[in-house]
Design a protein around this ligand. Structure first.
Ligand code: NAD
Ligand code: TYD
Length: 339
């Protein structure tokens, strides 16, 4: 099979490519990535020379380039990870989120229709469901929870999900959607909570916790997410949405304190800064459907996954140091300078 993975030079997409290349060495994998600030070709160094792997620097919004690639490769499956993914950036400047996350998705699906693809899979997020109240730990997002978004990022992802389901109903495109909770693990871009706190702590820099740090996220080790998507594209039902999450809810402040402990750094580095606008309180996934239909369960416990992740950042400074010295410096100053 030929599988196109878009956004494969980013965090989850690259981990998904590594999973595919080791679990299904008979498949041909084509990574399509625009290499935005979040995409990093060096991440894919270990697979770049493999005969069943190809990298194409293409913007998913570029219809001509996307069609030309489909004409050449006639893929069987497309898995769309390509997106602008950071909520804080979407609050600063929503435009590119609408462009890539919505229009890019429609361009990819148009190509899938034209070239009669076997499966188009949309990698979505639990953020499309909005948030849950902190004082109702009994509530979880199911696939039937109404879409109710908070940020430009989540709104763009929800819009894409609606388009995907519309292409299925209107054109009969064989689609599936997965909505996952927060991921963590290797190659996570340092603007996101866990890698940002690890790297700042290593430099003895302040650890900027938004508001009081009481917001709750449901953390899943990235490999578990990749295995779930692999199951959905091969065995999941067409036209269906699958929630992915591991019932691992943590408050932000507890994660930051844990990182301090693991790195033997003082909690006095923690600095409370002004809250994110529209900050979602709690995300919590009910993964019953994917468990019952496809037998998926998370394999990595948070206590192990976070240790593995911290170790990875300690051993891969050569990956994150060039990022920290580039455009990221201006980003950090803009977002945190006067917060
Ligand atoms: P990321 O920001 O690390 O990577 C995004 C990748 O997409 C980058 O390589 C970037 O270069 C590429 N890209 C951006 N715009 C593009 C375009 N127009 N054309 C081609 N490539 C483009 O993101 P991530 O954290 O790996 O997330 C991947 C997907 O998973 C996203 O769709 C995101 O919404 C979803 N998701 C993420 C999480 C999470 O916790 N990170 C959780 C649930 C769902
Ligand atoms: P993030 O990693 O941006 O993921 P998301 O917003 O998609 O869940 O943020 C995770 C949580 O951590 C979120 O509640 C915001 C909070 N946060 C901070 O407190 N400080 C930070 O510097 C960042 C980046 C996030």
């Amino acid at each position: 099979m030929t599988i196109i993975v878009t956004g494969g030079a980013g965090f989850i997409g690259s981990n998904f490519i590594f999973h595919l290349m080791s679990a299904h060495s008979e498949d041909r994998v084509i990574c399509v990535d625009k290499l935005t600030y979040a995409g990093n070709l060096s991440t894919l160094a270990s697979v770049l020379g493999k005969p069943n792997f190809r990298f194409c620097k293409v913007d998913i919004c570029d219809r001509e380039a996307v069609y030309a690639l489909f004409e050449e490769e006639h893929p069987d499956i497309v898995v769309n990870f390509a997106a602008e993914s950071h909520v804080d950036r979407s609050i600063e400047d929503p435009g590119i989120f609408l462009q890539t996350n919505i229009l890019g998705t429609s361009v990819l699906m148009d190509a899938c229709r034209k070239y009669s693809i076997r499966r188009y899979h949309q990698v979505s997020t639990d953020e499309v469901y909005g948030d849950l109240p902190l004082e109702r730990p009994d509530l979880f997002f199911t696939e039937a929870t109404p879409i109710h978004t908070s940020s430009p990022y989540s709104s763009s992802k929800a819009s894409a999900d609606l388009l995907v389901l519309a292409y299925h109903r209107t054109y009969g495109l064989p689609v599936s959607i997965s909505r996952c909770s927060n991921n963590y693990g290797p190659y996570h871009f340092p603007e996101k909570l866990i890698p940002l706190m690890i790297i700042n702590a290593l430099h003895d820099k302040p650890l900027p916790v938004y508001g009081e740090g009481l917001n709750v996220r449901d953390w899943l080790y990235v490999e578990d997410h990749c295995k779930a998507i692999d199951l959905v594209i091969r065995k999941g039902r067409v036209g269906e949405v699958y929630n992915i999450g591991g019932h691992n809810e943590m408050r932000n402040i507890d994660i930051v304190k844990l990182i301090c402990k693991e790195l033997n750094k003082p909690e006095s580095l923690i600095t409370y800064v002004s809250d994110r606008k529209g900050h979602d309180l709690r995300y919590a996934i009910d993964p019953t459907k994917i468990h019952q239909e496809l037998g998926w369960l998370p394999e990595t416990k948070f206590a192990d996954g976070i240790k593995r992740t911290i170790k990875w950042y300690l051993e891969h400074q050569d990956w994150w140091e060039p990022i920290m010295n580039g455009e990221y410096t201006q980003y950090y100053e803009k977002m945190y300078g006067s917060r």
